[in-house]
Design a binder for this molecule. Structure first.
Ligand code: CU
Length: 144
């Protein structure tokens, strides 16, 4: 192996380590996700004084680089709020595949609200800053 090839091999190994680090959140087990989402719901109760399910709108919590719940089915015309219950990190909601613009950064205790009146179908979305860490979600819209 020439020195150059050896140097390139070193670079490739370094790149693989970086990629592995970045996808760690993707490999969360269902139990780990459930635990994080339970913590997120506790954080929301502290902030709002009630459970997410008791709100008159649909709630998706953003916490520790996941959406809770990550998969959600709503009827057309449903108002949904993506709420950041993290302490420091900002997130976004971006229906990139649907060709929509990324939301503004949503800082702790802030939210974005959307009334989804799109045609029935599946709408994957992601967090701009954390998509590479596995922060993605899917909204399924069903007819009224
Ligand atoms: Cu995020």
């Amino acid at each position: 192996m020439t020195t150059l090839t050896r140097a390139m091999a070193g670079t490739i190994i370094a790149a693989m380590v970086v990629v592995t680090g970045a996808v760690q959140a993707v490999s969360l087990t269902d139990a780990e996700r459930a635990q994080i989402c339970a913590e997120a719901a506790d954080r929301y109760r502290q902030m709002a004084g009630k459970a997410p399910a008791d709100e008159p709108f649909v709630v998706v919590l953003m916490y520790r680089d996941i959406y809770c719940p990550a998969n959600l089915t709503v009827r057309q015309g449903t108002t949904s709020r993506w709420i950041n219950v993290d302490r420091r990190t900002s997130h976004s909601v971006w229906f990139k595949e649907a060709g929509r613009p990324e939301s503004d950064r949503i800082f702790p205790e802030e939210f974005v609200e959307m009334t989804v009146d799109w045609p029935p179908g599946e709408y994957p979305y992601l967090c701009g800053p954390h998509a590479a860490d596995g922060m993605t979600g899917r909204l399924t819209v069903v007819g009224r």
